[in-house]
Ligand binder design. Structure first.
Ligand code: IMP
Ligand code: MG
Length: 424
């Protein structure tokens, strides 16, 4: 890549999801050709005025729904084909890989046609004449398809914390609407884990404080020891693991208590120089952009915590600058943060920017090994799936749902609950 191309690529790539953009482009054709309002003549106007409104509306909607559903069905077929090529270790030869070169793995098939029809029944996407199927419409359809596909098999669900279970920086309160859904998952035998960037070392009390509403509700629901033992918290992306015990308290697990801790086998001596570089880079961002912010250093992380409201662009700049500096330092400037000797995660947290040693990919893998859950039996739910986010890395290890707030988490868990009941 020439440097100018690289800059342009970076300007756009971190704001886009290529599969969603591709699907959006496909759905735009029938929207442009068929859903746009036609010029209305005087005689058409009088005809319209005399036919029943509901009938007119539903006819137009049915026609467009049929076209959109057909396209979603075709994309579903492209994904099936891509999965076959992946099984034969030649994913790059699939038609989908040619259309969306950055495409990754699909651990399950995705019933996109059915998911579209279900979403359309509620949101009436096909009834719209002025607003085409959007990024968010498609993101939600993909989520529905994913929970439909995994409902019969799911063993492990991991959740991001901030913006997925509760608002940024807030605690899990006792009246949180997600409680009943999480309790049901544990009762059904699913392992539930919170995989969060928030890193407080082995200090169980800090995590208990943030999750006190949830822990109280597990107690109120009188979950058995076996059930609460299926609830885990993994802090600092993948660094600090806790399991809930029979007294509804979080218990820190030291490395020698679980074999999969070897997946993050870095030493303090390896980590400190990386944190030095990250600290230096963030300080440079502060100076370059004239930002008022504190830089915090922890055992496995460095963070930039602003003292003023920063724009998304400023925080993205901090995340991408430190990402690039750490890739260069590890001698692999064209690699990704998951594919270097010491994996890391430099991300825009919405109101701050953090560089953590390790990432949620390793976090999910540690838990998968611990509970014996395969990629097609594991689901990660999070809000940060752009390249400056910290949930993206999980895509290599498991199925994912991309939500944008706790209300959407509630929506997708309610759907999952219904599909699981249907499969019982
Ligand atoms: P998550 O969304 O649950 O992964 O949490 C991300 C947020 O946790 C960040 O935006 C920070 O505000 C907060 N946080 C607290 N401690 C740390 C840390 O050590 N590393 C990264 N984020 C942290
Ligand atoms: Mg989050």
């Amino acid at each position: 890549m020439t440097s100018q191309y690289r800059v342009n690529y970076h300007l756009r790539a971190h704001k886009r999801d290529n599969l969603i953009e591709f699907i959006k482009g496909m759905l735009l054709t029938p929207f442009v050709l068929h859903a746009q309002p036609k010029p209305v003549t005087q005689s058409e106007l009088s005809e319209i005025a005399h036919s029943p409104l509901q009938r007119r509306r539903s006819l137009a909607m049915e026609e467009n729904a049929f076209r959109y559903a057909e396209i979603m069905g075709n994309i579903q077929t492209l994904i099936d084909e891509h999965r076959e090529f992946t099984k034969n270790s030649i994913p790059m030869y699939s038609r989908l890989a040619k259309l969306v070169p950055s495409i990754g793995n699909f651990f399950t098939a995705l019933p996109l046609r059915e998911a579209f029809l279900q979403t359309n029944n509620i949101n009436a996407i096909s009834a719209r004449k002025h607003v085409p199927p959007s990024f968010n419409d498609i993101r939600r359809i993909l989520n529905t398809a994913q929970v439909m596909a995994i409902a019969g098999n799911v063993k492990l669900i991991t959740f991001d914390g901030d913006m997925t279970l509760y608002d940024d920086g807030k605690n899990f309160e006792e009246n949180n609407a997600l409680t009943g859904l999480l309790v049901n998952l544990l009762k059904r035998g699913v392992t539930v884990a919170i995989v969060t960037a928030a890193g407080y070392g082995g200090n169980a009390e800090r995590y208990e404080h943030r999750l006190s509403g949830l822990l109280k509700n597990l107690e109120k629901a009188e979950l058995t020891e076996q059930q609460v033992n299926r609830f885990y918290v993994l802090g600092g992306e993948c660094n600090f693991l806790f399991r809930c015990n029979a007294s509804y308290r979080l218990q820190f697990l030291s490395d020698d208590q679980y074999e999969s801790s070897r997946l993050r086998s870095w030493t303090d001596a390896q980590v400190q120089p990386l944190l030095d570089i990250a600290e230096h880079e963030l300080a440079d961002c502060v100076a370059r952009m004239g930002i008022k912010a504190k830089i915090l250093r922890k055992a496995r992380a460095v963070g930039l915590v602003p003292e003023q409201k920063l724009t998304r662009e400023q925080l993205d700049e901090c995340a991408l600058s430190s990402q690039m500096a750490l890739l260069k330092f590890q001698g692999q400037p064209s690699s990704t943060p998951s594919d270097v000797p010491i994996p890391f995660c430099a991300f825009n947290g919405g109101n701050d920017c953090w560089v953590d040693i390790g990432n949620k990919l390793i976090g999910v893998k540690i838990l998968q090994e611990l509970v014996g859950s395969a990629p097609d039996e594991t689901l990660h739910v999070g809000d940060q799936f752009l390249s400056t986010g910290n949930d993206l890395s999980t895509r290599t290890a498991c199925c994912t749902c991309w939500i944008i707030n706790p209300e959407e988490t509630q929506g997708i868990l309610t759907e999952l609950d219904t599909f699981m009941s249907q499969k019982e």
